[in-house]
Design a protein around this ligand. Structure first.
Ligand SMILES: NC(=O)c1ccc[n+]([C@@H]2O[C@H](COP(=O)([O-])OP(=O)(O)OC[C@H]3O[C@@H](n4cnc5c(N)ncnc54)[C@H](OP(=O)(O)O)[C@@H]3O)[C@@H](O)[C@H]2O)c1
Length: 288
């Protein structure tokens, strides 16, 4: 192909528009984020990572008020040094049940009324029920789908509508699971797997529909991280832990902080050409 002049970074260097350095593409100063299930576990870890690079992060969760651990993390975020042009992130907590569409919409509207914008949405709230398929109680099946599937849809709708209305080229990140890609060995969880597979497909549909509005939608599929979600089952059935670790090429369970890199990449300007993608963060579980 014949070119008329410099392309790529050479073109950027010859133009008058300031180029963004690699590190600055990860800054989220003055951006507003919502993280559902941001009360603990992966949600809180991702919320803090976003706040550390300057975002104002609203942690939405089902508990009426935040617990001591969450307040400690909030106070840590308050003490972080300020970033470029004095920008500083922070964490806020708001009660919202993702399965309750009305409540969620009111909460998101309240955030927009207060902050004037919304740039990032992490649809993370989820529950796991380990049950043999043929014995899975109907209520368990419904509850898992209500939280993990309906809850993600309601979250994306509530935030996506605001992004569209405000003309913001936002980034929406859906938290799926390796269980949405493959059946988990030795861990029967039919409702969970169905919900996580469904939201992978939802991500692709939403990405295509929302792209013309400038809104990106991607998903992350974690696999066995040390959080309350899996700790409860490992404590109940100690053999689970060794099985989960042994089923991964990396041979261990993930630490919650190992989700940070991918959320920072997907939330901000380092991933502006990425939509409809899924990123596995699973210690290699799905590679075998
Ligand atoms: N840990 C893993 O190995 C792993 C692997 C794959 C995928 N994931 C996914 O990652 C996400 C986070 O998991 P985690 O391990 O951090 O779980 P976790 O420690 O159990 O935390 C789940 C969070 O979701 C909140 N939540 C649950 N139901 C809710 C509802 N109806 N409305 C609002 N919030 C609700 C909980 O709220 P409260 O604290 O207020 O009760 C909690 O803060 C989930 O979607 C999970 O499926 C996790």
């Amino acid at each position: 192909m014949c070119t008329q002049g410099p392309i790529g970074v050479a073109a950027a260097l010859s133009s008058s528009t300031p180029i963004r350095t690699a590190l600055s593409q990860f800054l989220l100063v003055n951006r507003v984020a919502v993280v559902t299930g941001g009360h603990r576990g992966l949600g809180l870890e991702m919320a803090l990572a976003l706040a550390e690079v300057g975002a104002i992060v609203y942690c939405l969760s089902q508990s009426t008020s935040p617990n001591e651990d969450w307040l400690k993390v909030q106070s840590f975020a308050e003490r972080l040094p300020s970033l470029e042009e004095g920008g500083r992130g922070r964490l806020e907590y708001v009660k919202a049940d993702v399965a309750n569409q009305e409540e969620l919409e009111k909460v998101v509207q309240g955030i927009v009324d207060k902050e004037g914008r919304i740039d990032i949405c992490v649809a993370n709230a989820g529950i796991l029920r380990v049950r043999e398929s043929l014995d899975c109680p109907r209520d368990d099946f419904h509850q898992v789908l209500a939280t993990n599937l309906n809850g993600v849809m309601f979250t994306v709708q509530a935030v996506g509508r605001q992004m569209e209305h405000l003309g913001i080229p936002g980034s929406i990140i859906v938290i799926s699971s390796i269980a949405g890609h493959v059946a988990l060995r030795c861990t029967p969880c039919v409702a969970y797997g169905a919900s996580k597979g469904a939201i992978l497909q939802m991500t692709r549909s939403l990405a295509c529909e929302l792209a013309p509005k400038g809104i990106r939608v991607n998903s992350i599929s974690p696999g066995f991280f040390e959080t309350k979600m899996i700790r409860d089952y490992a404590d109940e059935k100690p053999e689970y832990e060794a099985q989960w670790a042994g089923q991964k090429p990396l041979g261990r369970i993930g630490r919650a902080d190992e989700i940070r890199g991918v959320i920072l990449w997907l939330a901000g300007d380092a991933s502006t050409f990425c939509t409809g993608s899924d990123v596995l963060v699973d210690g290699g579980y799905c590679a075998w």
